[in-house]
Write a protein that binds this ligand. Structure first.
Ligand SMILES: *[C@@H]1O[C@H](CO)[C@@H](O)[C@H](O)[C@H]1NC(C)=O
Ligand SMILES: *[C@@H]1O[C@H](CO)[C@@H](O)[C@H](O)[C@H]1NC(C)=O
Length: 502
């Protein structure tokens, strides 16, 4: 292996020199102009196929600039000061397959700039200051596959602008200032596979915008202001692999929105304002590995609603408004290994909640409202190896002692410090660093605790004739009763004696 790497390393300059990314003087069929060149030279090295201007102060690309070099296949202006291209700039270049003018200063593209370029496959105009696209500028580019217009300042696109790009597969319009798009904007782009609208200001998407696209594999709509979405937004989803909807203003999703996505691998919905999910939102998504609802406003999930996500490994529900968890939320999620519930309002956890999550290894419950937990809270998670419980208002009275013992016995899986919030005297003290007698008494018991008052237990314990039912609950009662330290000194040994006698 090391030999292979050093071999590749030696090859690297050659590879880069000839094949595009970083043009270098060594390239035999290309010519590179640097910052000393102020205009497109009248003559080029004979026969070259690729031409690069890097950081050159070339302001204008004039009409017919390359007319005497019809063999050119690739022309790139990178970080140049180019702010205007004349109509006919690339005329006569029938072999041209790629034009890139990026990190330059274009603010508009006149009609006729790209005429006759019937072999052009890639057109990159990213990182300029283009404000609008007018109908006709891309006409004739019938073989164009990849059009990159991201990181500009485009606010409007005239109807029909893309209509002749029948072979376009990638349209990259991210990072512009689009507030809306028309429903027919993409209607002629029947080969479209990838559409990127992220980082714009879209507030909605018109119905039918993706109706004619059978081959879509990626739809990127994140970082807009989309507040609602139709259920049939992407009717042909057989090939869709990536769907990005995060960082919008979605408050709800239509029922059945995610039915019939057999190969979807990435779906992002985090950073929206979802308050609930419809019961039938997800169908079978056998390829989906991760799902995040991080930073929404969810208070609940539909019961059994995630059941179709049979391959899901990571589920992120952090930064929402869950107060209570119900075990049916997790039906069908046997493969989930990472469950993130941090930054919610969870107050209690009963042991059966995680019954279905047999594969969970990492559980995050930091920053919730947990004051107390029973010592068997995580018993249904046999594979748990990383547990996060910090940032909860743990109440360190003697009711927490059983959980304290559990924590102590599980210190290897505990991945964050668990500190008391109350009482004041124990505030900020790490729970496992306490001694049993540090937990305060008297106290009010948490509502979920099985309550046994001191007196009845003592009485029953002292009479040797215990009904069987009482005996079976006794060990649990034993650990949940909150005794003052002195009483404990008597009661615990008495109970243990009694138990061992039984
Ligand atoms: C984008 O265009 C607007 C006018 O449409 C202009 O005010 C603004 O300065 C432009 N932004 C940049 C970064 O040039
Ligand atoms: C979601 O929660 C945020 C922060 O609490 C709040 O400002 C926003 O109005 C909520 N949105 C909805 C739709 O409930």
């Amino acid at each position: 292996m090391p030999q292979l790497y050093s071999f590749l390393f030696l090859l690297l300059p050659w590879l880069m020199g000839c094949c595009g990314q970083a043009p270098s003087e060594r390239c035999s069929n290309c010519e590179v102009f640097d910052k000393t060149v102020t205009s497109v030279p009248a003559t080029l090295k004979p026969g070259i196929k690729e031409l690069f201007f890097v950081s050159s102060p070339v302001n204008t690309i004039p009409k017919g600039a390359f007319f005497t070099n019809p063999q050119l296949e690739k022309i790139e202006f990178l970080k140049t000061t180019t702010n205007s291209i004349e109509a006919g700039a690339f005329e006569g270049l029938e072999k041209l397959t790629k034009i890139e003018i990026s990190s330059a200063q274009l603010d508009s593209i006149p009609l006729g700039v790209f005429q006759d370029l019937t072999n052009l496959k890639t057109l990159v105009l990213k990182i300029n200051n283009i404000q609008s696209l007018q109908r006709g500028i891309f006409d004739g580019l019938v073989n164009l596959k990849d059009l990159q217009l991201h990181i500009n300042n485009i606010t409007s696109i005239e109807e029909g602008t893309f209509d002749q790009l029948q072979n376009l597969e990638v349209l990259h319009l991210a990072n512009n200032k689009l507030t809306s798009v028309s429903s027919s904007l993409l209607s002629e782009l029947k080969k479209l596979k990838t559409i990127r609208f992220y980082d714009n200001e879209l507030t909605s998407l018109p119905a039918g915008i993706f109706d004619n696209h059978q081959d879509l594999t990626e739809v990127a709509l994140q970082n807009n202001k989309i507040s609602d979405i139709q259920s049939q937004l992407i009717p042909h989803n057989e090939k869709l692999v990536k769907l990005f909807l995060d960082n919008n203003l979605l408050t709800e999703l239509p029922p059945q929105m995610f039915h019939g996505f057999p190969v979807l691998k990435i779906l992002t919905l985090h950073n929206n304002q979802l308050t609930h999910l419809p019961p039938n939102l997800f169908g079978d998504m056998p390829r989906l590995n991760e799902l995040s609802f991080k930073s929404n406003n969810l208070t609940s999930l539909p019961l059994g609603g995630l059941g179709g996500l049979s391959k899901l490994r990571k589920l992120d529900l952090s930064d929402n408004k869950f107060e209570d968890l119900v075990k049916e939320y997790f039906d069908g999620l046997e493969k989930v290994t990472d469950l993130n519930l941090q930054k919610n309002l969870i107050k209690s956890i009963s042991p059966d909640i995680f019954d279905k999550l047999k594969s969970v290894t990492t559980l995050k419950l930091s920053k919730n409202q947990l004051k107390w937990l029973p010592d068997d809270a995580f018993n249904s998670l046999p594979k748990l190896s990383k547990l996060y419980l910090d940032g909860n208002p743990w109440h360190c009275d003697c009711n927490l002692i059983p959980f304290y013992y559990w924590l102590d016995s599980q210190s290897s899986i505990l991945k964050s410090q668990v500190k008391c919030a109350t009482p004041e005297s124990l505030k900020e003290k790490e729970i496992i660093s306490l001694e049993e007698d540090d937990f305060i008494w008297p106290t009010t018991l948490p509502a979920t605790t099985v309550l046994y008052t001191t007196t009845p237990v003592l009485t029953t314990a002292k009479t040797t004739t215990l009904p069987t039912t009482t005996v079976t609950v006794l060990p649990r009662a034993f650990v949940l009763v909150c005794f003052p330290p002195l009483t404990r000194a008597f009661v615990f040994p008495a109970l243990s004696l009694l138990l061992s006698a039984l």
